[in-house]
Each structure stands twice: as structure tokens, then as C-alpha cells.
Design a protein. Sequence first.
Length: 408
Amino acid sequence: MGVEEALERGEIPLYKLDELLGSSVKATELRRRFLEKRLGKDLSALKSDLPFDQIVGRNCENTIGAVSIPVGVAGPIRVEGSYARGEYYIPLATTEGALVASVNRGCAAVRESGGALTAVLADAMTRAPVFETPSVRHSVALAEWVKREQQTLKASFSETTRHGEMIDLKPFVAGRYVFLRLEAKTGDAMGMNMVTRGAENVANKIVESNPWARHLALSGNLCTDKKAAAINWVLGRGKTVTAEVTIPQKIIEEKLKTTPEAMEKVALTKLYLGSARAGVLGGFNAHAANIIAAVFLATGQDAAQVVESSLCLTMVEALEDGVYVSVTLPSLEVGTVGGGTWLPAQRTALELMGVSGAGDPPGTNALKMAEIVAATVLAGEVSLIAALAAHHLAKAHVRLGRGGGSKG
């Protein structure tokens, strides 16, 4: 009672409760009770039996409970990739009615068309420290030094991890400032923390060898993390992955209720012309962010990285006897270890996909997940573009998004 009374009197801050009580489970309960009393609100819906003693200091601070999000399942979808081969069910955490049903319909169309062919084109997480030099001449000299000393800097990076490997360090000069975009493989982890630690070691080595260079910040935004950036669109970040399917005319007509020509026309006007006219960056797609966000929330990924992970180029081409559809995701940032992937529900969702934990060999689970996600985005694109072409979108949202219930 002493701690609770001191809290009420304002003698201790909320964030100190974990330390004072020796238990983040107890601290979580006490913080919530304190807020209920102080604000006159019922916060019991936030109550949770999550292992807060493990969460605090790892995933969240100042905890007061947890928020539940409905999780639906789409699939199975057939994937024929380098790492994902077979049929997979995909957990989607969302509050948007009609989303799961739409993706599920797309999965069926892709599956009945022989499956999605997928490929990972690149795999590299990035961090970009920024340095200040006395002059542009010094900046150019630093950039050249970095190019020459790649092996030395790779060794410095490796001192911080057994699971990661620096593969490149690209200098970008702006007057007397130098940005170094570090790229690294990070195994089955999404890798942001791993690359950050390695980049700090690299920055220290650079300053040690070039004392006239001043390390300003560990991230200079050329990474680029959690922002829509052309550099990720062009050079990629995380996993660069693509998926394709050719859907026969019969499936388009019977399951998707439209035609190849109508789908191509919607893509031309909406995805390309409309996006270009709006000045969209990396948004030449129907709704890739819907699928990416739902998978991220279900599987414990960094939700803010939906920004760059949902950069997507969708292609739709009418054929003589069907339609060809592909998606290319240049900056898909996923992992199967680290972050929130260890949490009970999120780990279960990854197990549902067959990608939980570390792969054998290391890194293969994250690559497998990337291919499954790309195939799921493909299914979502197929379904929505077809719905738009058939003028079914509004009807589906009325039926499934406003309490109308699902009729299959």
C-alpha cells in the first residue's frame, strides 16, 4: 500500500513502478488502477495475462495491459518459390470488414491457377550513419577511404554479431556531410537492432582512422526506416521479393466475375495513371498496405515499417486466354525471430504459417515468410482489382464491413 499511496500523492512516477515492485505484472495492474481512479474511467478491457515481466525492457514500457485485434485466416494459397513451396494459411489481424474475405477469394483464384511463383531478389537491412567533415575535399576523401576499407569495416561490423554480415557500404556526399548507407544480411531477424549495433562499431572505426571526421548521428535517414523514400523503392531494404500468377479465362469469369480486359483497364487507370497523377511514391498497387499491415500485426513485426514494406508495383496484363498479374515489393521488412515474434499469439501465428523461429540453415525462415507474404499480397491485388472491374467493391463492404455478416 505504501507504493500505491506514494503514487497517488505524486511522489513517484508511473515508470518507476516496475523497479519498486520488482514485478512488471504487478506494476501493469497498479498503473491501470491508478489511471482508472485518476480519470474516472473503466480500463478493464485492457487487462491481459501477457508475460509483462518479459515484455518490459524488451517490447514495451509503462505497460497498462494489451489491445486485442481480431485475427482472420486466408488461404490456403499455393506458393512455388525458392524457400516457400506448398500451401499456406495466412493469419491477418485487422478491424477492416471484407479484407480477409477478399484476400481469401484471391488465394483461391491463385491456388486454382497453379499457385504463385515467387522469388527473393535481394536481402539486406540498412542503417545510414552521418558524418561531418571540415570540407567537401575531406568528404570526398572519406568516401574514397570507405570504399577502399570495406573489408576492414566488415570485420568491425562482425564483432557485434554472430548472425549478421555487412555486405556493402555506400557513401553519399552532401558538401561537408557524408552519409554511409550500410547494408547487411541479418539471418531470420528483421535486423534493425542488429544493424544498428554493427553500424555503431563501423562508425567508431571510421572516426578512429579519420579523426577529422565527426560522427553526428547513427541514423542519417538514408536508411531509410519507417518513411516513404525513393531510395528504398530503387535500391530496396529488407527483402526485395516478387510474385506472379497467370489466371485462366475460366477462373476470371467464374470466380472473379469479370474479364482480363476489364482488370487490365482498372490497373492502367487506377494503379498507374491515377497514382502518377496523384504523385504517389511507391503506390502503384491496389491495397498492398492492407495485407502487409494485417500480417505484421498478427506476427509481431514492427508495425511502423508498414510504411516502406508496402511499397509495391503491381502489373496486370490481359492475355489471349487469361490475365497475368505480378507484384514486386522492394522493401519488405520481416523477421521470424526478435521483436514481437516471441509473444505467444504472434509466435502461434508464425507457426500457423510454418515459419516460426530460426530457419535451418539460418535466414531461410525469414526468406520463406517474405515469399508467402508476397504471394498473399498478390492474392489481395487480384481480388480487389477484379472487384473494382466487376463493380462489386461497394456491395462487399456493405455486406461484410457494416455488420451485414458473411454469406461465404
